[in-house]
Design a protein around this ligand. Sequence first.
Ligand SMILES: [Zn+2]
Length: 427
Amino acid sequence: MTAQDPSMRPGSGSGHLAAWIPTGLLDLDPGSSLPISNAEGLTAVQLRWDRGQLLAPIPLDPPNVSPEALVLPRLVDAHVHLDKAFTWSSHPNPSGTYLGALNANLKEHATRTEEAVYQRGEQSLQRAFECGVRAMRTHIDSGGPGARPSWDALLALQQDWRQRIHLQCVALVPLEFWSSSEAEDLAVQVAECGGCLGGVLAPPRATAATADQLEVLLRLADRLGCGIDLHIDEGEQHPAAGMRQLLRALGHCPVDVPVTCSHASSLALLPPRRLDRLAEAMAEAALQVIALPLTNAWLLARSEHATPLQRPQAPIRQLQRRGVSVAVAGDNVADPWFPGGDFDPLALLAATLPLTQLLPWQRLGLAPFTTAPASMLQLEWDGRIGAGAPADLIRIDGDSWSDLLRPSPRREVLVNGHWIAAQGARP
Ligand SMILES: [Zn+2]
């Protein structure tokens, strides 16, 4: 699909569709009667759109009218790494460990060219677009020899794709970088492209130097009006040590810009009361969390001879209960950190459910995949389906969540020496 396609022309499309919509995502006119929700939290509506915008949804009356489609808004992946996507085959990490991933990543980084990063990013964006993604936030390895070509490629992609996918860039560097003489130049570049300052806060780092580095970062981001998005507590040791340091730094140095905590995995290892108090402090500091369950489940608590029963990952429900906004995102796709992934938000939803036990038919079970990431990226549209929203939807055949959640990878099957027709149809 190119920018010349009719679907890309602003205000061009009109049409209609009867569909089941998650009731929590319906934005009906005030004064309209309460929609009837079925046992799966779905409401049947007639959707209409004109010149690229939705008109007010009209509730239908099942079982008299029973739509054969489910609809979600086009979705948002709030944490990806487009610069390293699809590098697993050239830089695999057969040990499956965090350290193995880091080493392979560093080797790959030294080989980067702008063309290679552009090509991988283009492949990623194309896949994401076809799967129904409308916005992404990518972290970019921003120190060392691969930094310049990576940024040049991603900034070009941000422009080339701006009509199809809104792309935000985060400068991922060691925390101490923001105290160096090169920090200002990179931070200004990030601010100019509407991005965020990033970094890694992994314990054990409870030193005075780390505290200073955090405060320098907070002040710099606040001065330039840049959001912050940190890889924090991605581990199984020293539960929440990074989060406590961040809260202390924010106590000394409060900021007006949004602060996002990606991973927050080791928080799950805190005893319940300490976690509850921490979540309260995080809500008070307006911290928001992006949970990345697939990469965490793959890398963390790995043991050579045992299947781990304790799985460090962001404690989504406990955080939500205290008012912390949590999104779920894809993180790595076919890179040394995780060999799977697909940039398909529905595959991510399906894969996440058994890891998190979120119930998508509940408002807070679905928000991490819909409205929360839209709000974290400060997008104009929150993802709710109502009059005036963009006509940007994902349609799936079916009338049940189960139709949406059953993954169906494309495959070919050989039977008795004959290829039978290709099966599977996602997207
Ligand atoms: Zn990441």
